[in-house]
Design a protein around this ligand. Structure first.
Ligand SMILES: NC(=O)c1ccc[n+]([C@@H]2O[C@H](COP(=O)([O-])OP(=O)(O)OC[C@H]3O[C@@H](n4cnc5c(N)ncnc54)[C@H](OP(=O)(O)O)[C@@H]3O)[C@@H](O)[C@H]2O)c1
Length: 247
């Protein structure tokens, strides 16, 4: 299927590895011109054939705006934004102090708000704008011991749903893709760097395996496609069937 992504101009943030990188690679494979960012994106940018990259910290006040500006300068506009950031640290409510909440708020929610604010004027000029937020399956089923993520992803999902209505007249679709247990460094870190824990995590999934970043990226790339023009305001779980709810 031709996804109509050739020469489309895409920004993928937090894309030096893991899910962001896989999304950027997926878009490059479809012929899109892709700009990536992270705190250290250069090696990945070269490896995947990105059109450009910028080192920026998304949780800083000016990081998202600088990233959007440089992406637009290099690409000559923007059609697609995949909004991603690193995951906040794990912890229970009891073990999480207020500075950690503030840092998580900046990293997960404010970075998304700032990035959309900065890219919206550009997306409005696109014939078919796309915003995809990478969230977490915790929006359907909160995950024990990552309370900041559980709270902030719900906020991002509310933001996405609201935006989908506001931006529909501008032909911009807004969706979330919610991963669960896709094997990346984030999962290795949450497993305490212990391969045996990773194996046990895989055993607990319905498919008895973790997902691959490429399987996750395929969902994001489809939502960026021409064919997905009438899909907006949705959360698509890429979780190997792990959630128990019916919606
Ligand atoms: N993997 C899963 O199954 C899963 C499940 C639920 C939710 N998620 C969420 O999905 C997102 C991506 O996860 P992942 O598994 O791909 O994680 P990952 O492998 O740890 O990659 C994280 C990426 O974020 C970048 N990054 C981190 N902090 C940043 C910052 N302050 N500013 C800019 N870039 C930053 C990192 O690059 P630099 O170090 O170069 O900055 C890296 O490219 C995370 O928010 C994670 O919590 C993942």
């Amino acid at each position: 299927m031709d996804l109509g992504l050739k020469d489309r101009r895409a920004l993928v943030t937090a894309a030096s590895k893991g899910l962001g990188r896989a999304c950027a690679e997926g878009l490059v494979a479809e012929g899109a011109r892709v700009f990536i960012s992270s705190r250290d994106p250069e090696r990945t940018g070269r490896e995947i054939g990105a059109a450009g990259w910028l080192a920026s910290d998304l949780s800083s006040e000016d990081g998202p705006e600088r990233t959007a500006g440089e992406a637009a300068r290099v690409l000559g506009g923007l059609d697609i934004v995949i909004v991603n950031a690193g995951g906040p640290p794990p912890g229970t409510f009891q073990s999480t102090d207020l500075p950690a909440w503030e840092a998580g708020f900046q990293l997960t929610l404010m970075s998304a708000i700032r990035l959309v604010k900065a890219t919206l004027p550009l997306l409005r000029q696109s014939e078919q704008g796309r915003i995809v937020f990478i969230t977490s399956i915790s929006v359907r089923q909160p995950i024990p011991n990552i309370v900041i993520s559980n709270a902030m992803r719900a906020a991002v999902t509310g933001l996405a749903k609201t935006l989908s209505r506001e931006l529909a007249p501008d032909r911009i679709t807004v969706n979330c893709v919610a991963p669960d247990a896709i094997l990346t460094d984030r999962i290795r870190h949450l497993a305490g760097g212990d391969e045996e824990n990773v194996r046990r995590m895989a055993e607990r999934t319905p498919m008895r395996r973790l997902g691959t970043p490429e399987e996750f990226a395929a969902a994001c790339v489809f939502l960026c496609s021409r064919q997905a023009a009438y899909i907006s305001g949705q959360t698509l779980g890429v979780d190997g069937g792990s959630t128990l709810g019916v919606h």
